[in-house]
Design a binder for this molecule. Structure first.
Ligand SMILES: C[S@@+](CC[C@H](N)C(=O)[O-])C[C@H]1O[C@@H](n2cnc3c(N)ncnc32)[C@H](O)[C@@H]1O
Length: 278
């Protein structure tokens, strides 16, 4: 996530059910993620999409039963390398997979992923990445034609490749993430992964056995039909980047496109869901 975001900090009285209603309404706009606070909600939107009158159709703001106020703050892009050097330890998932920076010592681990994130998301510290790694560790991926959509640092594509998935494509809309994926692919000796800069419009005519996408609720809802069209019979779709309460909406779109819910992992209200194409 190398772009600047706007943070909208809402105070809502009464906070219950106000915060929940507000999240439901903001989800219909371009807001990507939400943190519930004691006073209300913090909601995040790409600054490039933060336009005047953005909130004019939010019913809650004009509903006399609720008192709503908000402030807006610009969140500069994060340099994840600096964060990692200051705060982050290597992570370990299920005792068989580690994710570390090049300056951390090499652990005794079946899968050892080395990431230099720079401006890209994907060190394994975020719940969604962690949960996607858990799914990948449980699935037999050897020989599966795989796509990592919204690859960030390339972390999930790299794990799939280390487990034997082949060929592997990795796509990200952000040019920094594309470049960072190329670097990390080489660092982990999985050069057969092909990285591309772009979005789901690159998927015309492509077929996969496994698609991994950790993006956000709204983009996934928009792109699930395309993913479904690219999946082979009994192909697997792993989705994350959304909350427990979003599972019904995501599952509903999946079901409409022949994808059946199998199971999900959950951590701190974030989820990663597994679907299989029938
Ligand atoms: C939450 S990060 C996930 C990164 C990594 N896959 C992981 O699991 O840690 C989401 C990534 O999706 C990318 N992205 C956002 N919208 C996208 C789109 N429409 N198509 C492709 N990539 C997108 C962002 O640039 C970002 O790198």
């Amino acid at each position: 996530m190398a772009e600047a975001y706007s943070e909208y900090a809402f105070k809502v009285i009464p906070v219950n059910p106000g915060a929940e209603i507000l999240i439901a309404e903001l989800s219909q706009l371009d807001f990507e993620s939400f943190d519930e606070t004691e006073e209300g909600v913090k909601a995040y939107i790409l600054s490039a999409l933060d336009k005047e009158n953005l909130l004019e159709d939010i019913y809650l703001l004009n509903n006399p039963e609720f008192e709503v106020s908000y402030s807006i703050k610009l969140i500069e892009p994060v340099n994840w390398n600096e964060e990692w050097e200051k705060n982050f330890e290597p992570i370990e998932v299920d005792g068989i997979c580690s994710v570390r920076a090049p300056f951390h010592p090499k652990p005794q681990m079946e899968f050892d992923i080395v990431i230099e994130p720079k401006m890209s998301f994907g060190t394994g510290h975020h719940e969604t990445t962690h949960l996607m790694i858990k799914h990948l560790l449980k699935i037999e991926v050897a020989g599966l034609k795989t796509l990592d959509m919204g690859c960030g640092t390339g972390i999930l594509a790299i794990l799939a490749a280390l487990k034997g998935a082949k060929p592997v494509d990795a796509i990200d809309i952000d040019p920094w993430c594309y470049e960072n994926t190329v670097e990390n692919v080489s660092r982990n000796d999985v050069d057969f992964i092909k990285a591309y800069e772009g979005d789901s419009s690159l998927l015309k005519g492509k077929q996969y056995d496994l698609i991994i996408a950790n993006i956000n609720r709204n983009i996934l809802i928009n792109d699930i039909p395309t993913y479904a069209g690219c999946l082979n019979h009994e192909g697997i779709l792993l989705l994350s980047g959304f909350y427990t309460q979003d599972i019904p909406a995501i599952t509903n779109v999946c079901n409409q496109h022949g994808l059946n819910f199998i199971m999900n992992f959950e951590k701190n209200n974030w989820v990663a869901c597994k679907f299989v194409k029938n």
